[in-house]
Design a binder for this molecule. Structure first.
Ligand code: ZN
Length: 175
């Protein structure tokens, strides 16, 4: 456990390039770990960049209820929140825009920005409690670069210990 964290910090100080890849792995790990914790089916997680320079964490979305939509938004916000646990600032423009769009369209919340911040508060607490699993999964992702859904999900289930308060926090928002 300690080695994993030290590895990240040493690399961060040593090389800008590797630092960037690590922050990307932590970002995608945030999306992926929350997807699994919220019982979504993961399809693929990758830190190989697309045309926009982004990695990806893909899952089968559930928008069957407002509560499920709130969970989807939590997954969208989890990338940036996870990377920020280690002081990394990652590109969250897409995630933030998609979250706001879903809040407007699916939740019809009167104040979308406020709702987004309420969801973010739950996510921030959630990734904090999942810091070690996120780190361990990010290290594996960094090594493999791309993981298929079933393998990624089983790796995450292997490092997440016990229930989190995330679902309770999201439920308390009252959607
Ligand atoms: Zn993201």
């Amino acid at each position: 456990m300690k080695t994993a964290l030290e590895f990240i910090y040493v690399t961060r100080a040593g090389s800008k390039q590797i630092d960037y890849v690590h922050s990307s792995a932590l970002h995608e790990a945030g999306h992926a770990v929350l997807s699994v914790v919220l019982r979504r089916e993961l399809l693929r997680v990758s830190i190989d960049r697309d045309a926009d320079g982004d990695g990806i964490s893909e899952h089968i979305p559930d928008v069957s209820s407002k509560r499920a939509v709130v969970e989807e938004i939590a997954i969208m916000l989890a990338g940036g929140e996870a990377a920020s646990l280690w002081g990394f600032v990652t590109n969250t423009d897409d995630d933030e825009a998609r979250a706001l769009c879903a809040i407007r369209r699916e939740l019809s919340a009167p104040n979308p920005e406020e709702t987004r911040e309420q969801i973010r508060a739950c996510v921030s607490e959630g990734v904090q409690s999942l810091k070690e699993p996120i780190c361990l999964f990010a290290l594996e992702l960094f090594k493999q670069r791309t993981l298929g859904g079933p393998l990624a999900a089983s790796l995450i289930r292997g490092v997440v210990v016990g229930p989190t308060s995330l679902e309770q926090c999201l439920a308390s928002l009252g959607f």
